[in-house]
Design a binder for this molecule. Structure first.
Ligand SMILES: [Zn+2]
Ligand SMILES: [Zn+2]
Length: 87
């Protein structure tokens, strides 16, 4: 999903996944939230990455190495941007 679709659905109070009415204070409907929660826990329990669904060899984390790297990278970029605007 692109950012435009996401923003538009969010603004209209629609679920970003299925276009149903989103729950108050959320960007998703209760059905999608429930489904995501179930997926998350099922993956966690079975040793799959909760983000991309890849089977993991290392079960110390909830997400795989690639996803953790991606997240770290995004955090790093954000930090750099913040530093830039501060100076
Ligand atoms: Zn939904
Ligand atoms: Zn992953």
């Amino acid at each position: 999903m692109d950012k435009k679709t996401y923003e538009e659905r969010k603004r209209k109070g629609m679920c970003i996944f299925c276009k149903n009415k989103a729950e108050e204070g959320y960007t998703t409907c209760s059905k999608c939230r429930e489904r995501r929660k179930r997926t998350y826990h099922a993956r966690l329990k079975n040793g799959y990455c909760v983000r991309c669904g890849e089977k993991m060899t290392d079960q110390k984390h909830a997400s795989c190495f690639a996803c953790r790297m991606k997240r770290a990278e995004r955090r790093y970029v954000k930090k750099q941007l913040l530093n830039q605007s501060a100076t």
